[in-house]
Design a protein around this ligand. Structure first.
Ligand code: JCQ
Length: 279
């Protein structure tokens, strides 16, 4: 997979040389190329920013350096590129929320281009223009603001690259994790290792009891409870058809009832959760 990253802070992408992503690059599974946007300016100050039309705080990124930088990248496709070209990924607080599903979709692409905005963002015509030439995805990591797209690119790249064949040795560690479809989208159960007792806290006895059926059931209960309390939005989308009687009993105890497509709870629980999680 080829990844081109356009940024004014190339040093921010240095962590991609480390650990599994660095190893994947050394092994030729991944080809990451970082491009300095300022190489596509033509004034003595290498200007990439300007004030917004219509007024307002801060500066925007001018479109011309972006046009030159992205055109140069598009003119140099990797072997085996999709005829539609790369997907242009633009981290942005106003993008679609990034997810494991989006990571799986991007991992199926042979070529991704990332555009790292800074200041108050990039002139809107850049996304508008490239949207007529290639596939563009504006992607948010969540409802908070970063100083630029670079840290988002690190996160997205890690989520995508670890799905590539050969990047993670143990394929089971990919399917046994939170957000894997076979977990019905539930959060993962808590996990424990040695010692059996630590600072007065004991590992739940069922986990050391050797009864695999009981372990599976305990883990499912914990996953349901965790999801209900921490992510009511996720629990609301749980498919009742994938729940057994015990699941329904655990959820009923927490105030959740099955409906046509998902689950419902006393509205107060969702309001409480929003109060603590939304600005
Ligand atoms: C990503 N959640 C927040 C900041 C403007 C493209 O325009 C801009 C990009 C950024 C960087 O991304 C984020 C972000 N997910 O702040 C401002």
């Amino acid at each position: 997979m080829r990844l081109d990253v356009v940024t004014i802070f190339g040093e921010y992408l240095q962590p991609l040389q480390l650990s599994l992503i660095g190893k994947a690059q050394a092994e030729g599974l991944l080809d990451v190329r970082v491009h300095d946007l300022r190489e596509h300016t033509h004034d003595r100050h290498r200007t990439v920013d300007a004030p917004p039309y219509g007024g307002g705080a801060g500066l925007l990124m001018k479109p011309e350096p972006w046009g030159e930088a992205l055109d140069a990248i598009l003119a140099d496709p990797p072997e085996g590129a999709d005829p539609r070209g790369p997907v242009l990924v633009v981290p942005s607080p106003v993008g679609e929320v990034f997810s494991q599903r989006a990571a799986v979709e991007l991992a199926a692409e042979p070529w991704l281009v990332f555009a790292c905005g800074r200041y108050e963002g990039i002139d809107a015509r850049v996304v508008e223009h490239y949207g007529t030439r290639i596939r563009v995805r504006e992607v948010s990591l969540g409802d908070y603001v970063l100083n630029g797209g670079e840290v988002a690119v690190l996160a997205i790249t890690e989520a995508v690259a670890r799905l590539l064949p050969g990047v993670i040795g143990n394929a089971a560690s990919l399917t046994e994790e939170s957000h894997a479809p076979e977990h019905d989208g539930l959060l993962e159960h808590p996990a424990y290792t040695k010692p059996a007792s630590w600072r007065g806290l004991d590992v739940p006895a069922v986990l050391a009891g050797g009864n695999h059926g009981a372990v599976d059931r305990w883990r499912r209960d914990q996953a349901l409870r965790r999801t209900a309390t921490r992510r009511p939005d996720v629990l609301a989308r749980l498919d009742p058809a994938r729940c057994d009687r015990r699941d329904l009993a655990v959820l009923a105890e927490l105030g959740w009832t099955p409906g046509e497509h998902g689950f419902q709870v006393e509205p107060a629980a969702v309001a409480d959760w929003a109060d603590t999680n939304e600005p």
